[in-house]
Ligand binder design. Structure first.
Ligand code: C5P
Length: 222
């Protein structure tokens, strides 16, 4: 069977990573979470007191930074200047600031270049915001995942509670709305459904149902 590139885009907390991992495992493909790269740079900026809204400062920081994605049996690990930051980049603070870092043209250019290298070999499931439109415009399968803000916030809230984290549903809704707005309205490769992407509204679907739909789309292309 031919190895493909599968691009999964969509707004924050639409279930992209959960579904992408299942699809990648089923097909024995590599799962690549591109948001982790923007998060890692954001984490470094916050650590160093760099203003995430200042393009020049963030770009200068990026020039002295290495971000590596590594596959492990526990999924993707993220290394920032050689240090494992896989957990640290999931903090509330990073989540709140990351969309400002991801707005900068030079930042995106560098991240996209690395992501394209990773996708060149195919056999990848890559999730993000601009994968089908800019990173792998020739991906064999493109998926755009959607769900209502309420549904996405409730899922994230439930996840937090299950993991024993403090969680405020209204706050999550507000954060998701804000991140979607910045991601959709930015000038450089905004969050957009590619013309040839299959749109899946996951509001009323289970994780397995969504994964099955994607696997069916893959079967037709293999
Ligand atoms: O997917 P995740 O929620 O971890 O992404 C974090 C943020 O990184 C997004 O809200 C967006 O601002 C940015 N991002 C992006 N392009 C991607 C992946 C993520 O701009 N391909």
């Amino acid at each position: 069977k031919q190895e493909l590139a599968i691009a999964i885009d969509g707004p924050a907390a639409a279930g992209k990573s959960t579904v992408a991992k299942i699809v990648a495992n089923t097909l024995s493909y590599v799962y690549i979470d591109t948001g982790a790269m923007y998060r890692a740079l954001t984490y470094k900026a916050l650590q160093q007191g760099v203003n995430v809204k200042e393009e020049e400062a963030v770009t200068a920081l990026l020039e002295n930074t290495t971000i590596e994605l590594q596959q492990s049996e526990h999924g993707q690990l993220v290394f920032l200047d050689g240090q494992d930051v896989s957990h640290a980049i999931r903090s509330h603070e990073v989540t709140k600031q990351v969309s400002y870092v991801a707005e900068h043209r030079k930042v995106r250019k560098e991240m996209v270049k690395q992501q394209q290298d990773l996708a060149a070999k195919r056999g990848v499931v890559m999730d993000g915001r601009d994968i089908g439109t800019h990173v792998i415009p020739d991906a064999e399968v493109k998926i755009f995942l959607m769900a209502s803000v309420e549904e996405r916030a409730e899922r994230r809230h439930k996840e937090n509670v299950e993991q024993g984290f403090a969680s405020d549903l209204e706050q999550i809704k507000e954060d998701i709305r804000k991140r979607d707005k910045i991601d959709s309205e930015r000038e450089v490769s905004p969050l957009l459904k590619a013309d040839d992407a299959i749109e899946i509204d996951t509001t009323a679907l289970s994780i397995e149902q969504v994964a099955d739909k994607i696997l069916q789309a893959v079967e037709q292309k293999e």
